[in-house]
Design a protein around this ligand. Structure first.
Ligand SMILES: [Zn+2]
Length: 354
């Protein structure tokens, strides 16, 4: 083994493949030590895509490789930019200028590819590299295309969600601080008590990039607790299909369980707005008719252009969001799944592989 790190996984994955990968990676000429993709590894070493993916992720964890994202022009395939995960959200929302086409391009997940570069060199002599190159030339291993559809983010919803929701330590500290304020003694000031939960909800949901929330929206007939605008949507199924163009959260910082009056009210508000997603946020689990009502409304609207889904959340959900630090977008996908699949008893853990 050139990289001793691989000896720890040799028995977990296919040993022959691990050895081949180790040799291949260690003897890559310097100018080929970037733009490494799972499809390249899969085709060069003749293994399944998923196996190639797992060894690349392992090498990343071991600081042998570094992951980055390559943005390509949707029309001319020109390399527009090399970005980090933190920059993905911006690229998807703001057009990028292509020097080749000389115009602004709208970037989708199909145009962003996951790639790796070598950041830790193996201890190999020049001779060994030369020999490896010669061997590869004899095998007719040409340049070929490094990037195929499978390497693009359209296959990688997890990275998309992490790119749009990734609170830092100070954000989590703020969540916890605001949660502590929910149970302060507000005396008879029910407005202040109610507002405490609104403030926490806004703080959490405003951590989603390109989502902006306020608790000041009044329509001619209603005042909403928290209204959010979502400037992102995706052409394939993702949580953003429900969050765009806006969504509403009603907050109930009360001792009693939220009942069907709340869900009914929210459903009727949504009937006359563009919101497709609503949430009743209480402190205790909502009464069971709430789920039944939400399910009924979902079924009525299912075949229409505008979906309508209301979920309920309470303290236990805050534990997942604040203490277990689950990805909020992935978590919302689970909450919606409960309604669309009529499975109120399914748990979030069922959705977490590994
Ligand atoms: Zn172009």
């Amino acid at each position: 083994m050139f990289y001793k790190q691989f000896s720890t996984i040799i028995d977990l994955l296919n040993p022959e493949f691990v050895e081949n990968f180790d040799y291949w990676l260690a003897t890559l000429p310097r100018n080929n030590q970037k733009n490494i993709t799972a499809s390249v590894v899969s085709s060069r070493l003749g293994v399944k895509y998923s196996l190639a993916e797992s060894i690349l992720k392992f090498a990343e964890k071991q600081n042998i490789l570094e992951r980055y994202y390559l943005v390509k022009c949707p029309d001319c395939n020109y390399n527009l930019d090399t970005i980090t995960k933190d920059e993905i959200a911006d690229i998807l929302v703001n057009p990028v200028f292509c020097d080749e086409c000389e115009e602004d391009k709208k970037i989708t997940l199909n145009d962003i590819y996951t790639a790796y570069k070598v950041i830790q060199q193996a201890d190999v002599s020049e001779e060994e590299i030369a020999r490896a190159i010669e061997k590869r030339l004899n095998q007719g291993e040409g340049s070929g295309a490094n990037f195929i559809k499978a390497d693009s983010l359209s296959n990688d919803i997890t990275t998309l969600y992490e790119a749009f929701y990734n609170p830092d330590e100070s954000a989590y500290a703020k969540f916890a601080e605001l949660r502590d304020k929910l149970d302060l003694d507000y005396g008879k000031d029910t407005t202040a008590k109610g507002r405490a939960l609104e403030v926490l909800t806004l703080e959490i949901f405003n951590q989603i990039k390109y989502v902006t929330g306020t608790n000041d929206v009044k329509t001619k007939t209603n005042q909403f607790d928290c209204t959010f605008l979502c400037g992102v949507n995706t052409p394939y199924l993702s949580i953003f299909n429900y969050l765009a163009p806006c969504f509403i959260i009603e907050c109930k910082n009360e001792k009693k369980k939220p009942d069907n009056n709340y869900t009914n009210k929210l459903e009727s508000i949504m009937d006359t707005s563009s919101a497709q997603f609503g949430m009743v946020f209480g402190r205790k689990d909502a009464t069971s008719p709430c789920f039944a009502i939400s399910r009924e409304h979902y079924l009525i609207k299912k075949e229409t252009i505008k979906q309508q889904i209301v979920v309920t959340c309470y303290d236990k959900d805050l534990e997942y969001i604040i203490d277990k630090r689950v990805n909020l977008l992935h978590y919302l996908e689970y909450k919606i799944f409960q309604i669309t699949n009529n499975s109120p008893d399914s748990t979030y853990e069922m959705f977490c592989a590994g």
